[in-house]
Each structure stands twice: as structure tokens, then as C-alpha cells.
Write a protein of this length. Structure first.
Length: 260
């Protein structure tokens, strides 16, 4: 006797700052029998979870290693500078990298921005995480440049932020192992891309669709067997015969002749 079947599940990893709620809600509506499990992980560990098979797909920071992972870019975030509320840059609607030349700009080890040249003055030590850097900003030690979502994630009442021009930006995408593009992964891709519930692009047909396709194929294979046959010439001739099996009379025959 075999044990009960284990229901399939879909494992999604996401990085801090990404809000997967709307996609998870649609998944639960469309796939009520397939639970979706969420795991939050920093960018580098999130990539590792995908490569190690610990997650089926991930909402991650781009770029990713395209030799082993497939990815779809979703959006690019605005870059901001996080400062104390009494900082000089709060007087402007937006600032430039040059405006930070005299500031200590904290560069955490988990920074997701690809800098060619770091702005401002470097700190004596790099904070371990963005959360640690936020604490240092609150202590008046420096400022932090980060994607808007991370500034909001670590929001504090004594801090604010301003858009930063001429700074690198961070993009978010959906990634999954290239060798494991399953039907469930295709389902989630469809949700992220806004496809309707009836869309099957890029997906294997569902059982009902397979049944319809098979029926159509069977009808095609039967050829004329599935159609109403047209009467043959012989059948048409027989149809013109009388009920007694004789040949139908010419309507011109049997007419009485006129006497002159």
C-alpha cells in the first residue's frame, strides 16, 4: 500500500525591498491546491538558493549568471540618498552625486548598486549590512545611497531621503534555474507578466485542452467518416423511383391526345 500523494508546492525566494504580495495573491486565486512558500534572503544567498535547488524561482536583484539562470527584468528602482531630516540636501527636491562630495557616504557590504566611482568621502569601515548603515546615518556618521525600496524598508522617523541623480540604479527581475523551467514556473511567469487565467502561451496544455485537441485530431483522422455523406448518383436515381420500385414516369407521358 502506497502512502498519500504529496501535494506540489512552489518555492519563491525574494530579496529585501521587493514586495511580492500582489503576485502571491493572484497565485493563491489561480492555484488554490498548490501552496506557495516565501523565503526572504539577501541578494547573494538568494542566487545560491536558486542554483542549489532550494527555490523554484526568485525575485532578485539583477544581473544574474545567465549561463545557469533564466531571468526576466521587471522594473528599475529609483536611487535615493538617505540623510537625517536636518541635513542640507533636504532643502532640494533632488540632489546630484556632486552635492555629496563633502559627506561621508556609507558603503555597506551588501550594497546592490554597481558603482564605478564611489561618491563622497569613504568611511573608516564598511557597515556589514544596509540596516547597519541606516543606524549610522541616524547617528550622524554619514549618509547612505540605496534603492528607494530599501530606504522605505528601513524607514525611521528621524531620517528622510531625496532622489539622487547621476547614480547607478538597481533592477529587479524574476529568475529561475534554466534547466528547471517547470509548468509551475511558467504559471508564475504568466502571473508576473499579467497574463490572463486563460492564456496558455509558453505552457503545456491543461488536461481539458489536451482532451479537446485529441478529439479534434480523431475527427480529422476519420476524414469523411465524421461528416454527412452526400447521396451518390445511384442513390439519387433510386430516390426518383416510385414506391413500387418502378422507374418514375415522364410527366409528359400518359396525357390524352387532342382529337382534331
Amino acid at each position: 500500500m502506497t502512502g498519500p500523494e504529496v501535494s506540489p508546492s512552489f518555492r519563491l525566494v525574494y530579496v529585501p525591498g521587493v514586495m511580492p504580495d500582489k503576485w502571491v495573491r493572484v497565485w493563491n486565486e489561480r492555484q488554490p491546491d498548490v501552496p506557495l512558500t516565501l523565503t526572504q534572503a539577501p541578494p547573494v544567498p538568494a542566487h545560491g538558493m536558486l542554483l542549489d535547488g532550494e527555490a523554484d524561482a526568485g525575485l532578485v536583484r539583477l544581473p544574474v549568471d545567465r549561463t545557469v539562470l533564466s531571468a526576466i527584468p521587471l522594473y528599475t528602482e529609483q536611487t535615493v540618498v538617505v540623510v537625517p531630516k536636518d541635513h542640507l540636501v533636504t532643502a532640494a527636491d533632488s540632489v546630484t552625486v556632486e552635492d555629496l562630495a563633502d559627506d561621508i557616504v556609507l558603503h555597506p557590504l551588501d550594497d546592490v548598486l554597481a558603482w564605478e566611482t564611489l561618491p563622497g568621502r569613504p568611511a573608516l569601515e564598511r557597515p556589514a549590512t544596509t540596516a547597519d548603515a541606516i543606524e549610522l546615518v541616524a547617528a550622524g556618521i554619514g549618509v547612505l545611497v540605496a534603492p528607494l525600496s530599501l530606504a522605505r524598508l528601513h524607514h525611521r522617523k528621524d531620517l528622510t531621503h531625496r532622489p539622487l541623480e547621476d547614480a547607478p540604479a538597481s533592477s529587479v527581475g524574476l529568475a529561475w534555474p534554466e534547466a528547471a523551467t517547470t509548468d509551475l514556473v511558467e504559471d508564475f511567469i504568466g502571473i508576473v507578466r499579467g497574463r490572463t487565467v486563460n492564456s496558455t502561451r509558453g505552457r503545456r496544455p491543461q488536461p481539458a485542452q489536451e482532451k479537446q485537441a485529441k478529439q479534434k485530431k480523431d475527427r480529422s483522422a476519420q476524414g469523411d467518416g465524421g461528416r454527412r455523406r452526400q447521396p451518390s448518383a445511384g442513390a439519387a436515381g433510386r430516390a426518383r423511383r416510385g414506391a413500387g420500385g418502378g422507374t418514375a414516369k415522364d410527366p409528359r407521358r400518359g396525357k390524352p391526345r387532342r382529337r382534331s
